[in-house]
Design a protein around this ligand. Structure first.
Ligand SMILES: [Zn+2]
Ligand SMILES: [Zn+2]
Length: 355
C-alpha cells in the first residue's frame, strides 16, 4: 500500500503506492525490536499488553523463581510474552541478572560500602566536543576490558565493588540495550527464528546520539554507566556483543525513534509509561498536518489514514500531541525532542504568513 522512498527534503519516507481511502489501516507494528516499561511503572503496567489500571499493581509473575522485573495482568499475557518475546529463553536470565545486580548494588550503596567507581567518568571540566567524547569512550573501553572474561560477575569478588547502582533512568536504558543485544546474539547464532526486525533494520534508523548529548550533556555519564554496568553483568556468551558501538547504537537510536508507551485513553494528562522501538513504524515522517494517525492497541501500534491519500503522496504521522499548537511552539518542540526543523507544508505556509 506504501513504499519507502527517498524524500525531496532528505532522508526516507513512506509514499502511497495507490489511492488509499480514509480510515484504512495501512500498517501494524506488533512486537517491538526492544522496549522497556519505566522502572516507576513496571509493577503497574502489564509487560505484554501494556494495560495500566490507575496505579494498581498486577499480580502475575513469570513461572519459576525468576521475575525478570516484569508484572502481567493475566496468565495469558505472561504466556504470550514468553512465546513471542523469549521463545529461546535467553532473555529472561539476562533481565533477571539486571534486576539482581541493580538491587544488590543499591543495597550496598545504602549501607555505604563503596560499590561505585570513585569518581564520575565525565569530569567537571569535560568539553563535550566530538573528539573528547570519542577519546573518553576509548578510555572507558580500556577500563572494562579486564572484566570481559568473567562468567558470573555477581559472584566474582574482583567485581564486587564495580557494579554500579544505576539510577532509574539508567536501569531503563540498560534493559532497552540488553534486549537489543540478546536479539543481536540470537540473530548471529540463528538459534531462533527471529520474527522481529533484524539488527540491520534497526541500525538503519538514524542515530541522534550527538544531538541528545548536546542537549543533555549529563546523559553521556549515564550512557557510560549503562555500558560499564552491562559489561559487568551480562552473561559471558553475550559479552562479544556488549560493545561500546552497540550500546551507543541503541541509546542513540532510542532518541527520537522510540514510541512512548502512553497511558490510554490518550490525553494531555497521560503518563508516559515506557518506550518501544518499532523500526517499521519509524519510517513514517512527521507532518503538522498528518494524514495518518497512530493508535496504540494493547502492545501494537496501528497506523490508520485520517483522510483520503492520493497515490504518490507522502504518508505522515504527527510525532507528538502538537497539531493544535501554534507554529513556533511546534517548531521548538520538534527541534528540542526530535532534532529537526519542521518543513511541512503547514509550517511553511504559517511561517510565511507570519513573516
Ligand atoms: Zn496484559
Ligand atoms: Zn510542521
Amino acid at each position: 500500500m506504501f513504499a519507502i522512498q527517498p524524500t525531496s527534503y532528505g532522508g526516507r519516507g513512506c509514499f502511497a503506492s495507490c489511492d488509499i481511502p480514509r480510515g484504512t489501516l495501512v500498517h501494524i507494528a506488533s512486537t517491538p525490536f526492544t522496549s522497556v516499561i519505566f522502572r516507576d511503572f513496571r509493577k503497574e503496567v502489564c509487560a505484554y499488553c501494556l494495560a495500566y489500571d490507575l496505579g494498581r499493581t498486577w499480580k502475575v509473575r513469570l513461572r519459576g523463581p525468576e521475575t525478570a522485573g516484569m508484572w502481567f495482568c493475566s496468565e495469558e499475557c505472561r504466556d504470550r510474552w514468553v512465546k513471542e518475546e523469549d521463545p529461546s529463553r535467553e532473555l529472561v536470565p539476562v533481565l533477571e541478572v539486571i534486576e539482581q545486580a541493580v538491587a544488590l548494588a543499591r543495597r550496598k550503596l545504602q549501607n555505604s560500602k563503596v560499590t561505585e567507581y570513585d569518581e564520575d567518568f565525565v569530569h567537571d571540566d569535560f568539553t563535550f566536543q566530538t573528539e573528547a567524547i570519542e577519546s573518553l569512550w576509548k578510555h572507558i573501553d580500556s577500563l572494562v576490558m579486564s572484566t570481559s572474561e568473567i562468567d558470573n560477575p555477581l559472584r566474582n569478588p574482583a567485581l564486587k565493588n564495580r557494579v554500579l547502582a544505576l539510577e532509574d533512568i539508567e536501569y531503563d536504558s540498560a534493559r532497552l540495550v540488553a534486549v537489543a543485544i540478546v536479539r543481536l546474539y540470537l540473530e548471529s547464532h540463528n538459534t531462533a527464528i527471529v520474527p522481529w526486525f533484524s539488527w540491520n533494520g534497526f541500525a538503519d534508523l538514524e542515530s541522534h546520539e550527538s544531538d541528545l548529548i548536546n542537549r543533555l550533556s549529563a546523559l553521556l555519564e549515564s550512557h557510560i554507566r549503562v555500558f560499564v554496568f552491562l559489561k559487568a553483568v551480562m552473561p559471558h556468551k553475550f559479552q562479544p556483543f556488549v560493545t561500546i558501538a552497540n550500546v551507543r547504537a541503541v541509546l542513540g537510536r532510542e532518541a527520537a525513534n522510540a514510541f512512548g508507551i502512553w497511558q490510554l485513553p490518550l490525553s494531555s494528562e497521560s503518563e508516559c509509561l515506557g518506550s518501544s522501538i518499532f523500526p517499521s513504524g519509524s519510517y513514517f515522517n512527521h507532518s503538522c498536518d498528518p494524514n495518518l494517525i497512530k493508535t496504540r492497541i494493547g502492545r501494537e501500534m496501528h497506523f490508520t489514514t485520517s483522510r483520503a491519500v492520493r497515490e504518490g503522496e507522502e504518508i505522515c504521522i504527527s510525532y507528538g500531541m502538537m497539531v493544535t499548537m501554534p507554529v513556533q511552539a511546534r517548531q521548538d518542540l520538534l527541534q528540542e525532542q526530535w532534532y529537526f526543523r519542521c518543513g511541512c507544508e503547514r509550517c511553511m505556509a504559517e511561517l510565511g504568513s507570519e513573516a
